[in-house]
Design a protein around this ligand. Structure first.
Ligand SMILES: [Fe+2]
Length: 180
């Protein structure tokens, strides 16, 4: 069964002015689509042809197939990490977890932003639940996905240049500031 590019959970212009329709059209319709197409090409004839995406993330050897599977998963999760009129102070169990892990929501935001802005090169900033149950902020390089490390992703911000270059050029800091 072929992997499919998921529909965005909002319209292309829903994240303006923080992220433009042009950025979403390229990022979703070109970049994410290319990862899905490549993944579908690469799984043909392998033991992963009928595997779930999560199974590939856990078991595939490092390499192009694995990288494209990670990028497909990461982007699908990134689209759901954002939304129109979303953000602000969390409530309920997530708020409790953030307070427990970082002291306050503001302290979490500061740490997440520092990791996202300071990450060298292409990659992702994450809020994850670690194997010991603690909540942590971390970055991954290139296509890296925390599922490979047995962690549960809760939130991610794409810090590849293709996520912000149209709107912010090289100013990753301004992208992250508006994203947070
Ligand atoms: Fe991306």
């Amino acid at each position: 069964m072929a992997f499919k590019l998921p529909q965005l959970p909002y319209s292309m212009d829903a994240l303006k002015p923080n992220i433009s329709a042009e950025t979403l059209e390229f990022h979703h319709g070109k970049h994410h689509k290319a990862y899905v197409d490549k993944l579908n090409d690469l799984v043909k004839g392998t033991t992963f042809e009928e595997a779930s995406l999560e199974n590939i993330l856990r078991k595939a050897e490092p390499g192009t197939l694995f990288n494209n599977a990670e990028q497909h998963w990461n982007h699908s999760f990134y689209w759901r990490s954002m939304g129109p009129n979303k953000g602000g102070d969390p409530k309920g169990p997530v708020a409790d977890a953030i307070k427990q892990g970082f002291g306050s929501f503001d302290a979490f935001k500061k740490k997440f932003s520092e990791i996202a802005v300071g990450h060298f090169g292409s990659g992702w900033a994450w809020l994850v639940r670690a194997k010991d149950g603690s909540f942590q902020v971390r970055a991954t390089h290139d296509a890296g996905c925390p599922i490979r490390d047995g962690q549960t992703p809760i939130l991610t911000c794409d810090v590849w240049e293709h996520a912000y270059y149209i709107d912010y050029r090289n100013a990753r800091g301004r992208y992250v500031e508006s994203w947070c």
